[in-house]
Ligand binder design. Structure first.
Ligand code: AMP
Length: 592
């Protein structure tokens, strides 16, 4: 059985971990780093780059580089590149495939199973999209787990004592806060809250706007329409932001950012931590309400918190840490690595899910993990009201049923409109599915009894069913959320992903083969010249023919659409030339 890897599929960076000798270890990326940038790029010649390689060329190839795809998970966003449309699931799958490959190289064995983490605030569609991305990447996703729960899981193993902890997780694109009870062999999420669209990317954006404004004031040049300059500013802003986490001020320097009246202009400015923190203070303040909500949903006061754990790169900002102190009156724990603990927790869960049930790795102790649903689930009833079926922060897995009836006499159908969110009116919540229950026995309004059941599995993924109790017949029902990929689409994407992987390999082989071939052609040319008249006419003709044929095949070979059959032809022609030119290569190579 393949080992289960734990994947923190982050907005900005992703991280993989696996349990080795009862301890979760981080799988190094291709470049030896502990995280991989969640970036995918398509080069002009059709090559696909992932992680570091994609990040390195983002400035020069920004239109074909995709960042922060996690922000679009579960939405109808898509990107069109070279006439092909990619959904967020497909782009995420490319990142997952890279992580899977890194893990396989690290472990020296095939990896087919994974636990993937998502923000606690992800809704059903976003979770399903993440699961689909895993499937496309060739991974059997054994569990989707909330990021804060995962962090607590990695923390819980190191510190056995029973306590309630707050996990404050501020990453690149999302904010999550969870109150978790860690007890003897039990990790129970008591409450969770957050904001799906708040994180370090927003801080970067504020800084970018500040830089653009300041540059305009200084030089009367508006850089905001200059795509390449903006890309450089974005990178510089993120770097400056990180530096300000440890320094009181930083120098933002980008030479030759643009030209004006034929003269080069440089971006050259200094920003202090205080200036930066004041421009993001309202964004940091947006974490206050979710923290208060989570505490009140868990029915505890900050004083009852044993510990506060910081997760996510943005918690390195001193003003964020200060906000946590102000909100909780506690000094946040520093002994967990905010970049790695989420993946490690997922690896622990992965390893414990394998066969033996939930047993905490490293302790041999039985472990029960109780997660919660982050948002309330309801259906729309008469007057556009959202009638709750499952309250938010209900422990998972959960199954709830409620009986409804018809609103009009002799109504044969009812529409079940499934909603997620806390607002009282249906229109203010998010639609996550709609279906029609048909064939209800004609009866006066209010007489038919329709049982609606919500079933949420341990991944937080919801299934809704409806049954006409009058006839006892259960209708088959499909939830059709527009954003969700159909099975056919997933199968197609899986096929594409496999094709892509083999195309990537073919392209790599082609680059290598063309390199060797070009060297051979150059050597042959030189040897022909060196041999001059000493070479007999027949051999010379043969070598020229073979070399000409090989040159033609190489010229026809386009890296963006190369096929294995073409490479086979080139290989054969290369061998042919090596044979016919063998003698002159041996005799005349190395002569000038
Ligand atoms: P995560 O999603 O947890 O990988 O967090 C990524 C976010 O953390 C990005 O917005 C990074 O720019 C930000 N980040 C990483 N390191 C730091 C740092 N030292 N100071 C401020 N923000 C950081």
């Amino acid at each position: 059985m393949s080992r289960v890897i734990g994947i923190d599929l982050g907005t900005t960076n992703s991280c993989v971990s696996v349990v080795e000798n009862d301890t979760p270890v981080i799988v190094p990326s291709k470049t030896g780093a502990s995280t991989t940038p969640s970036i995918v790029a398509f080069t002009k010649n059709g090559e696909r780059l992932i992680g570091e390689a994609a990040a390195r060329q983002a400035v020069t190839n920004s239109e074909r580089t995709i960042t922060s795809v996690k922000r679009h998970m579960g939405s109808d966003w898509s990107v069109r590149i070279d006439g092909k449309e990619y959904k967020p699931q497909t782009i995420s799958a490319m990142i997952l495939m890279q992580l899977k490959k890194d893990a396989e190289e690290f472990l020296g064995e095939e990896v087919t199973e994974a636990v993937i983490t998502v923000p606690a605030y992800f809704n059903d569609i976003q979770r399903q999209a993440t699961k689909d991305a895993g499937r496309i990447a060739g991974l059997n996703v054994k569990r989707i787990i909330n990021e804060p729960t995962s962090a607590a899981l990695s923390y819980g193993l190191n510190h056995g004592e029973a306590q309630k902890v707050m996990v404050y997780d501020l990453g690149g694109g999302t904010f999550d806060v969870s109150i978790i009870e860690i007890g003897e062999g039990i990790i129970e999420v008591l409450a969770t809250s957050g904001n799906n669209h708040l994180g370090g990317d927003d801080f970067d954006e504020r800084l970018v706007q500040w830089i653009v404004r300041k540059f305009k004031d200084m030089n009367r040049v508006d850089l905001s329409k200059d795509f390449a300059a903006m890309q450089r500013i974005r990178e510089a802003a993120e770097r400056a932001k990180k530096e300000l986490s440890t320094s009181e001020n930083t120098h933002i320097l980008q030479p030759y950012i643009t030209q004006a009246k034929g003269e080069p202009l440089h971006l050259d400015m200094v920003i202090t931590r205080q200036e930066f923190e004041s421009m993001i203070s309202d964004l940091i303040a947006e974490t206050e309400d979710p923290v208060r909500n989570a505490l009140s949903d868990a029915h505890i006061t900050p004083g009852q918190l044993g510990r506060v754990l910081l997760v996510g790169g943005s918690t390195r900002i001193p003003a964020v840490q200060q906000k946590v102190r102000d909100l909780t009156g506690k000094e946040p724990s520093r002994n967990i690595n905010p970049d790695e603990c989420v993946a490690k927790g997922a690896a622990i869960l992965g390893s414990t899910l394998q066969g033996r049930g939930l047993v905490a790795a490293g302790t041999g102790q039985d472990l029960l993990l109780l997660d919660v649903t982050p948002l309330s689930l309801s259906i729309e009833t008469v007057g556009g009201v959202a009638t709750r079926i499952v309250e938010r922060n209900t422990t998972l897995p959960a199954r709830y049923s409620q009986i409804f009836s018809t609103a009009a006499p002799y109504q044969r159908n009812v529409e079940i409109h499934v909603l997620q969110g806390e607002r009282p009116m249906a229109r203010d919540n998010k639609t996550i599915g709609k279906f029609r229950l048909k064939g209800i026995k004609p009866a006066p309004a209010g007489v038919p009894q329709i049982e609606v059941t919500f079933d949420i599995d341990a991944n937080g993924i919801l299934k809704v069913s409806a049954r006409d109790l009058d006839t006892g017949r259960e209708q088959s029902i499909t939830i059709t959320a527009d954003d969700r990929m159909s099975d056919t689409e997933i199968r197609q994407a899986m096929q594409d992903a496999q094709n892509y992987a083999s195309q990537d390999q073919t392209r790599k082989d082609a680059i290598e083969l063309l390199g060797e071939t070009n060297k051979l052609l150059v050597r042959t040319e030189r040897c022909l010249k060196n041999a001059g008249k000493q070479l007999d006419r027949v051999t010379k003709k043969q070598v020229k023919n073979d070399s000409g044929r090989l040159q033609k095949l190489v010229a026809k070979c386009r890296l963006d659409r190369v096929e294995e059959s073409q490479l086979a032809e080139i290989r054969a022609a290369k061998e042919q030339l090596e044979q016919s030119a063998d003698q002159i290569l041996r005799m005349y190579d190395g002569q000038l």
